[in-house]
Design a protein around this ligand. Structure first.
Ligand code: SF4
Ligand code: SF4
Length: 193
């Protein structure tokens, strides 16, 4: 055993070092926040309660394509659509069962229209399951609760769509004009000539 180690053991230097640290902590400003009196603003990109963004006319931006529901690993998104005027798809119901949600954010990333987003709302505890079942109206109301300032930070820093060019590549299969397409039998007969 070296001299240094003997001195450390005899004078219990490690214990004294630890005790001095504890003693100094008594005079430091406490770091504990007294919630809910003191609240901290969540960081940009915080994955809080979902919201459906609104179009300028007030309705939801969502077009009911179902990509978010398809990618959701917990399968907690339900979308019900119907055919409206001019054969347009109408989103009658858009629902998220937040008690099953993992807050992974995949639905937000999958949406090509920024129609579903995650807000910084984190205070939504409830005694009933029903209250935590987010309907389309509740999700739109969440968007209204999300402050303008936070919307800017949120979209400025996070949750941008992965791609902004949706034109597709030349190799990608495209929908054909059926009237101009050759029938399968014609192609088959031509190949046999
Ligand atoms: S955050 Fe994840 S788990 Fe929650 S609804 Fe979106 S995709 Fe589903
Ligand atoms: S929220 Fe986005 S991905 Fe989901 S159905 Fe609506 S438009 Fe499609």
């Amino acid at each position: 055993m070296g001299v240094k180690k003997i001195i450390k053991t005899v004078f219990m230097l490690e214990i004294l070092k630890g005790m001095s640290l504890t003693f100094r902590a008594l005079f430091r400003r406490p770091v504990t926040r007294q919630y809910p009196k003191h609240k901290r603003e969540p960081f940009a990109g915080f994955r809080g309660l979902h919201a459906l963004t609104r179009r300028p006319d007030g309705d939801a931006v969502c077009v009911g394509c179902g990509l978010c529901a398809a990618i959701c690993p917990s399968q907690c998104i339900k979308i019900y659509t119907s055919e409206g005027a001019d054969h347009k798809k109408v989103v009658d119901r858009y629902e998220i069962e937040v008690l099953r949600c993992l807050y992974c954010g995949l639905c937000v990333e999958a949406c090509p229209f920024k129609a579903v987003v995650m807000t910084d709302i984190y205070e939504y505890s409830s005694f009933t399951r029903q209250e935590l079942y987010m309907t389309k109206d509740k999700l739109l109301a969440n968007w209204d609760r999300f402050s303008e300032k936070r919307k800017k930070t949120y979209f400025g820093s996070f949750w941008k769509p992965l791609f902004t060019d949706f034109s597709g590549s030349d190799k990608q299969a495209k929908l054909q004009d059926v009237s101009k397409a050759k029938k399968h039998e014609d192609i088959y007969l031509e190949a046999g000539k």
